[in-house]
Design a protein around this ligand. Sequence first.
Ligand code: SAM
Length: 236
Amino acid sequence: MPRPFESFTHDETERTRLSAAASSDCARMFFTQQGRVVHKWVHYLDIYERHFAVYRNTSVKMLEIGIFEGGSLDLWRRYFGMDATICGIDINPECASRVTLPNQVRIGSQADPQFLRAVIDEVGAPDIVLDDGSHIAHHQRISFDTLFPLLRVGGLYVIEDLHTSYVPGIYEGGYRRRGTAIEYVKEMVDDMHIWYHKKKPRTPTQQMIGAVHFYDSLVVIEKRSIERPGHIKVGG
Ligand SMILES: C[S@@+](CC[C@H](N)C(=O)[O-])C[C@H]1O[C@@H](n2cnc3c(N)ncnc32)[C@H](O)[C@@H]1O
């Protein structure tokens, strides 16, 4: 799937510049990847480290939407360790042969709620969902609406390549266009503050948004069970 605004680079100077800008363990593992190809924007790597490090060497369950060459699942295996459950889904049946055990693969569309629910029934509730699939707005919304309620409380829902929300045509994007992934997540920010404006929620997140971390082209949404906030005065 071509991604807009990207410049593939095999130029050594550019590679050195980009690798120098990323300092995390995740970045180190990315730049030493052997075998299957993994394709990530370099600034994502330190962001993953910030949010994912707590899950390393645990029995974390991760679902990645979008396998492509299969290298990202291999990267997650090296990063999270052998106790992790790592499952990739992709619409392309050829991806099934690009995943090796203990990593798992299921073939189907991220726009098919029945398929997504069946995967979760089999694999279990994930701690991390990473949507790096079609980047088509209504697919991203269907996946979120289906999977966020099934994510573990305390878990993370990550959407990559949000710049596609600005690209008309195949991605169904456009600047501030209603229904794009980036606008949908902005609505979640309003839903998070429902106590103060009392309007009807626009997303199916209920009071389950602990935080929304926006970065360039990537968002990390924390699922938490939120009580109505209160404030008190102490001291004096
Ligand atoms: C950007 S690539 C994934 C890259 C990979 N995660 C990586 O980091 O190297 C996007 C993948 O999404 C898959 N895809 C496209 N439409 C899809 C859909 N409706 N459901 C699931 N996967 C889809 C494509 O077949 C492709 O393999």
